[in-house]
Design a protein around this ligand. Structure first.
Ligand code: FAD
Length: 410
């Protein structure tokens, strides 16, 4: 049974994470927004150490002996929400986790999870990334053209292609001894059935960061293009059951979707952290300027601003409860594709609206760089784009609710 009661462990953890957000993130928010491409190494080093104790609260994959246990996703959602309340771009510079780790968690065999996730808790901070998107394959990611060919002589997979918009790709491949999970096709004619995922570690020849993007928001987080040219990885870097002949594996494209079922609620949590930051700051600035926000009044007696604030709170709370449910289903090992798509869609919309309203209500104060509201408005939009845009998550949810296959409702 899902419980909305926050455990003592969670409350203690949240108090610590809130302090991290206040002391370690907010003071450097503006600097890293204005110095895109620089990495907040002090934060990275601090979190690497802090995660050792937070790990005890199951925030990151746990290494027990040589076995790796998955994190607790409800706790992780709470933590990501609060870190993103601090700063969503800097949160994406938190070591140890990342999309690559989530992909290994969702698709790897027990040996692969132990091998690749086990190293996240080493002496040095490690980043991971996941590369699906290509110039012609974003929303339609079954159109992937990055090619993987098995070389029977060397028993290696050889990858060629280009991946764009890879979050933390520079950190994972250049700055730390991390890895990127690259999705490629072993048979371009086979569509979805040909798609597989491969772990490419930092230092592997044939993979290069060839471009760093400049962005509207989350500027502390690096986003890169990766070029793969005759990039060779051992046979056992293909995630899931290894079929050396390159025939169908049990996971294939489904693995990408399973990764999204885990990560969409976490993106939703990040979105809602930004929304809460904007709501808190707007309320503080309004109160400071003598505007009282009264609750519990009949609608006709409320001011316009009160009505808007209550509406912002209502949608934020609804999206958060749905997010918790999606994360809880992950923890329970139950199907959550519908909840994951719905919470991500809803959170993307809520954060976009709440941050925009906050700037609108405060007018020039909201628009000014004196405060972080205008930054949060810019940070918000990505949550409605990556891990499936709002339109795509709406489609996914509609298919699941109405019982259509992908080919029937597009
Ligand atoms: C900052 C940033 C970080 C990212 N990080 C990663 C990462 O780490 N790894 C990774 O693999 N990718 C990453 N991405 C890529 C991201 O997931 C894609 O940009 C996203 O999935 C959309 O794909 P696209 O850009 O090709 O847009 P398109 O698919 O070309 O879509 C363009 C527009 O058309 C709409 N659209 C498309 N198809 C439909 C449809 N059937 N019905 C209705 N509307 C539709 C979309 O919703 C969108 O509004 C990142 C992107 C950004 C901007």
């Amino acid at each position: 049974m899902i419980s909305f009661e926050e455990s003592e462990t969670l409350k203690k953890l949240q108090a610590v994470v809130r302090e991290v957000a206040i002391q370690r993130m907010r003071p450097i928010s503006r600097y890293f927004d204005e110095h895109e491409g620089e990495i907040p190494w002090d934060y990275v080093a601090f979190m690497h150490e802090a995660m050792k104790t937070m790990g005890a609260a199951s925030l990151v994959p746990q290494v027990e002996g040589n076995k790796v246990q998955p994190p607790n996703y409800v706790m992780l959602a709470h933590t990501i929400e609060t870190l993103s309340w601090g700063d969503a771009g800097i949160y994406l510079c938190t070591p140890r986790g990342g999309l690559g780790a989530a992909a290994v968690e969702a698709n790897g065999t027990a040996e692969q999870r132990d091998k690749f996730l086990g190293r996240l808790s080493g002496d040095k901070p490690v980043f991971t990334a996941m590369a699906i998107t290509e110039a012609q394959a974003g929303s339609e990611n079954s159109a992937i053209q990055c090619r993987a060919v098995f070389d029977a002589q060397s028993q290696e997979w050889v990858l060629n292609g280009e991946k764009i918009f890879v979050t933390a790709g520079h950190k994972a491949l250049v700055d730390t001894p991390g890895f990127v999970v690259v999705w490629a096709t072993i048979d371009p004619e086979a569509g979805r059935a040909g798609i597989r995922s491969f772990v490419i570690e930092a230092g592997t020849r044939g993979i290069q960061v060839t471009r760093q993007d400049k962005k509207l928001g989350i500027r502390a987080s690096d986003t890169v293009t990766l070029t793969l040219q005759e990039c060779r990885v051992p046979a056992n870097h293909l995630l899931g059951e290894v079929k050396l002949a390159g025939k169908a594996s049990p996971k294939g494209f489904k693995g990408a979707m399973q990764t999204f079922n885990v990560t969409r609620p976490l993106v939703a949590a990040s979105a809602l952290g930004i929304a809460r930051a904007a709501l808190d700051e707007m309320t503080r600035l309004l109160t400071e300027s003598g505007v009282e926000i009264r609750v519990g009044m009949p609608r006709q007696k409320m001011s316009y601003v009160e009505g808007e604030v209550i509406d912002m709170q209502r949608t934020l709370r609804a999206a958060w409860l749905l997010t918790l449910k999606a994360a809880w289903l992950s923890d329970e090992g139950q199907p959550n594709a519908l909840e994951a798509a719905m919470c991500k869609l809803m959170a993307g919309e809520v954060v976009t609206r709440v941050t925009q309203k906050a700037v609108e209500i405060l007018g020039p104060v909201g628009y000014s760089r004196t405060y972080l509201l205008e930054k949060w408005l810019r940070d918000a939009k990505i949550n409605d784009i990556y891990e499936g845009t709002g339109q795509i998550n709406r489609l996914v949810a509609a298919r699941l609710l109405l019982g259509y296959r992908g080919s029937e409702l597009r």
